[in-house]
Design a protein around this ligand. Structure first.
Ligand SMILES: NC(=O)c1ccc[n+]([C@@H]2O[C@H](COP(=O)([O-])OP(=O)(O)OC[C@H]3O[C@@H](n4cnc5c(N)ncnc54)[C@H](O)[C@@H]3O)[C@@H](O)[C@H]2O)c1
Length: 331
């Protein structure tokens, strides 16, 4: 199968590309390398350094690569930055997705998987510690989440009109690494890579934002999904879309189990055997106490069962990768 992967030089995209390439699929990566890394792209895949904002160039990549399926990971995804530069986020995420969908219309592409996020739900409206299902109210509290929701809707309508089967996968917190591919963002806003950097002695301390939440230990609870499990779900989704096994919709990708910030820090201390200095600070505005997925729908529709559930297995994979590549990917 010919597969176009936007954002395939990024964290989750690169792991997905590696699996697709290993399966023998013909993969084209479209990435502007703004956050991704050339070294993260599998040798078997073809990398086109292209910006989704460049409508003509995107159309050219589609013409050349003739994808049967597309997985669209590329996006700007920093919540704080999105609040400061909303128009840049609407242009980048919504405008970029529009250019891609226009290029795919009538191209022969038959399946489209969109990277969405738990941020489309906003703060849980029911009991804050209840797992969130796909029927939960959609009420993003950030520009980032709102651009993803706008894209989800555009993807659904456009793909329906273009006879492309599509699905949005809403990830909770991607985490962990494979033996060769891991998380290397600048700036890094995610918890686990930052704790790991502190354990390596490359960061002096790790900040804990809020210890007075209504959770067991007072720190915020999140659902951490291993990046290899996320990637596997994309491959299955493409296969099912191509065979008519699923239609349009959205599925959560989470383990259904939450871990608090304090638990995750403790886990990294355990797997690394290193001391990590913690600085306690106030809550960050807009951070809900807990975000945990109900993964029932993905389980029944995709038959997807995450293989990494124990938090120590997830943090250990991130720790191993960081020990191997302490400064991240070579540029
Ligand atoms: N990491 C998470 O925990 C998480 C959670 C929920 C949703 N998501 C979504 O999953 C997707 C992948 O996330 P990630 O963590 O791998 O991010 P990432 O930043 O590592 O990867 C995104 C890739 O897209 C590329 N890119 C960005 N804008 C582009 C543009 N205009 N044109 C071409 N390429 C562009 C970047 O260079 C990068 O390689 C994103 O859409 C993100 O919003 C991530």
């Amino acid at each position: 199968m010919r597969v176009l992967v936007t954002g395939g030089a990024g964290y989750i995209g690169s792991v997905t590309v590696a699996i697709l390439a290993r399966m023998g699929h013909e993969v084209t990566v479209l990435d502007n390398l703004s956050k991704g890394h050339r070294a993260a792209v599998d040798d078997q895949a073809e990398l086109s350094v292209t910006d989704l904002g460049d409508r003509g160039a995107v159309a050219e990549v589609v013409r050349r690569s003739r994808p049967e399926a597309t997985i669209h990971f590329a996006a700007q995804s920093l919540v704080g930055e999105s609040m400061e530069a909303p128009l840049r986020y609407y242009r980048g995420n919504v405008g970029g997705t529009l250019n891609l969908l226009e290029a795919l219309d009538g191209s022969g592409c038959r399946a489209f998987v969109f990277s969405s996020t738990a941020a489309v739900y906003g703060a849980p409206t029911e009991s804050p510690l209840e797992p969130i299902s796909e029927s939960h109210h959609l009420s993003p509290t950030s520009v980032y989440g709102d651009t993803k929701l706008a894209c989800e809707r555009m993807v659904t309508w456009a793909c329906r009109a273009s006879a492309i089967a599509s699905v949005a996968l809403r990830y909770f917190n991607a985490a962990g690494a494979t033996a060769t591919l891991g998380e290397d963002h600048v700036p890094e806003t995610h918890l686990i890579p930052n704790i790991v950097q502190a354990a390596l002695g490359r960061l002096p301390t790790i900040s804990m934002f809020g210890d007075d939440y209504p959770t067991e230990d007072g720190t915020a609870v999140r659902d951490y999904v291993h990046v290899a499990d996320l990637a596997a779900a994309h491959v299955t989704a493409v296969e099912l879309l191509m065979s008519g096994g699923i239609g349009h919709g959205a599925l959560n990708l989470g383990t259904g189990t939450g871990h608090s910030v304090a638990e995750v820090i403790e886990s990294v201390r355990r797997v690394s055997g290193q001391h990590v200095e913690v600085v306690r600070g106030p809550r960050r505005p807009g951070d809900p106490p807990a975000l945990v997925a109900s993964g029932e729908l993905a389980r029944s529709v995709l038959g997807w069962v995450p293989s990494f559930v124990a938090i120590d297995d997830i943090t250990a994979s991130a720790w191993k990768w960081a020990q191997r590549f302490p400064g991240g990917y070579p540029e």
